[in-house]
Design a protein. Sequence first.
Length: 285
Amino acid sequence: MEALSNSKQKKDKRKRRSCRGERNPSHPQRQQKRRKCLLDQSTQEPKSNNAHTPPAPKSSTFLDKMRARLSGGHFRMINEKLYSCSGSDALSFFKKDPALFNTYHAGYQAQMSHWPEQPVDVIIKWLKGRKHSLIVADFGCGDALLARSVKNKVFSIDLVACDPSVIACDMSNTPLSSFSVDVAVFCLSLMGTNFSDYLKEAHRVLRPGGWLLIAEVRSRFDPNNGGADPDMFSKAVQKLGFITSSKDFSNKMFVLFFFQKKEKPRAVTTDIKWPKLKPCMYKRR
Ligand SMILES: C[S@@+](CC[C@H](N)C(=O)[O-])C[C@H]1O[C@@H](n2cnc3c(N)ncnc32)[C@H](O)[C@@H]1O
């Protein structure tokens, strides 16, 4: 009996760990798990304890489809809001109704599950190839997958804390000390209209020589389709006090910029011409 309950406990523990994405975080099915995890917390109906309740039909019913359509619409609405307001407005928006954060992330994970490669995985791989002693700040961490996937000390920052390790704030104004971070990461998180303030904050907290990694949706940097000129963006970041290390446009879905903070930073100039970054509108699926 005890052995039985022990094995059940182990099973439950494994299930919880896997839901948090702790086991083999680079596994391709992880996106599904991340999504299920968020749905468990937000939109899924409570499981019935009634043994007589008939099992849910396997094929998706009209009602299921309507529910999915409604939550997809809700996600796109929140997404549009985040791209069209400032960071401080976004913070007030989620403060009024923190549950919207889960709705947003459930929709976001559903969209990302269609991407062949996740930018956060590329960043995780990059970090794993470097010293574990590097201190990382993950600006706009979402479900804080990055922190769970590397050995480094990671400050996870987002508008809402999905777990107690996350610092909930507007990332234009974080509680991190100046020059305290080796790597600042923005993975699809330059959403607010004042995105340049987030980069200024990253410049403040980075030590000289520290890395700035930016992954963004490719269409936002496609000048032929209303996107920003990537060179103009790089020049603006350089003017802020960085050196361009490399750009990676090899992925169909996202672009990656690698910058390093200048060793001898000067006072930040205010006359930087930032390109407008158009919102990323996800497809209806
Ligand atoms: C598209 S999600 C990406 C999440 C995560 N980086 C990933 O790659 O899975 C962008 C995240 O940035 C956060 N975000 C946007 N503006 C923010 C701000 N001003 N301050 C803090 N977090 C912000 C959003 O709440 C959201 O969780």
